[in-house]
Design a protein around this ligand. Structure first.
Ligand SMILES: Nc1ncnc2c1ncn2[C@@H]1O[C@H](COP(=O)(O)OP(=O)(O)OP(=O)(O)O)[C@@H](O)[C@H]1O
Length: 233
């Protein structure tokens, strides 16, 4: 039987905005993910690290509802945002339309979202008329425009040079601070996890298990007293 993705508002999961209780996930006969569980709370950024091919992206796809071939239970909100390694912009739509069409917001909200990432006044430009950094800013603006309860980020800063990566992380931090979004960040860059995440989970093995889980006291904010907890299977 395939797994179920339910709306968090319909079940009692404390104040977690995302609860994952996975029993396992296989592609045909190849086990990818083993039993693992965790919860994510508003304002929290959870980093997921682990070696290439361990199943990190697959885990994000399960949370997003894009992959159903799993056993277990995922309680997730309807409004989930996704930021990929590439900006994935629509080349034939201008910046404003890229936000309106994907985030399902009106032009006024899209303009405000552009302003939040320093792209005010550039709404008429098409992606090819924007620099790489501006395209990345647009991608982040689009992800935040619909005020997602959960934001999934799959190696969003990995292909950038150090200066641009640092700049984009600052943009992300600014946007995050304006909302109560809960973020799940897949990254293999330890410094990135240490900078952005309040909690870091490491996956290893076949099928993948949580082999390490730690709070990151060095993150920019203190965990709320609302009880940030997690569980391991
Ligand atoms: N659609 C698919 N069908 C079969 N196998 C797949 C499919 N998608 C991914 N896999 C396999 O599942 C495993 C996990 O892939 P996944 O992309 O989740 O790993 P990852 O940890 O995100 O890797 P990376 O860090 O390199 O991006 C890999 O062995 C991959 O080859």
């Amino acid at each position: 039987m395939n797994g179920a993705v339910a709306n968090t508002q319909s079940k009692d999961s404390g104040n977690a905005v995302l609860s994952l209780d996975l029993q396992g996930m296989s592609f045909k006969d190849t086990p990818i993910l083993g039993a693992l569980s965790f919860q994510v709370f508003p304002h929290e950024t959870l980093a997921i690290t682990g070696p290439s091919g361990v199943g990190k992206s697959t885990l994000l796809r399960i949370i997003a509802g894009l992959e159903r071939r799993f056993k277990g239970d995922v309680q997730a909100p309807d409004n989930i945002g996704f930021v990929f390694q590439e900006p994935t912009l629509l080349p034939w739509r201008n910046a404003r339309q890229n936000i309106c069409l994907t985030a399902h917001v009106d032009a006024t909200i899209a303009e405000a979202a552009l302003g939040e990432v320093g792209l005010g006044g550039l709404g008429d430009r098409f992606p090819m008329q924007l620099s790489l950094g501006q395209q990345r800013r647009l991608s982040l603006a689009r992800a935040f425009a619909s005020r997602p309860a959960v934001l999934l980020m799959d190696e969003p800063f990995v292909s950038l040079d150090p200066a641009l990566s640092d700049e984009m992380m600052s943009v992300f931090e600014d946007l995050r601070a304006r909302t109560d979004v809960a973020t799940v960040l897949v990254t293999h860059v330890e410094a990135e996890a240490n900078r952005l995440a309040s909690r870091i989970i490491t996956l290893e093995g076949t099928p993948a298990q949580i082999v390490d889980e730690r709070q990151n006291a060095g993150a920019y904010f203190q965990l709320s007293a609302s009880g940030v907890t997690s569980s391991r299977s």
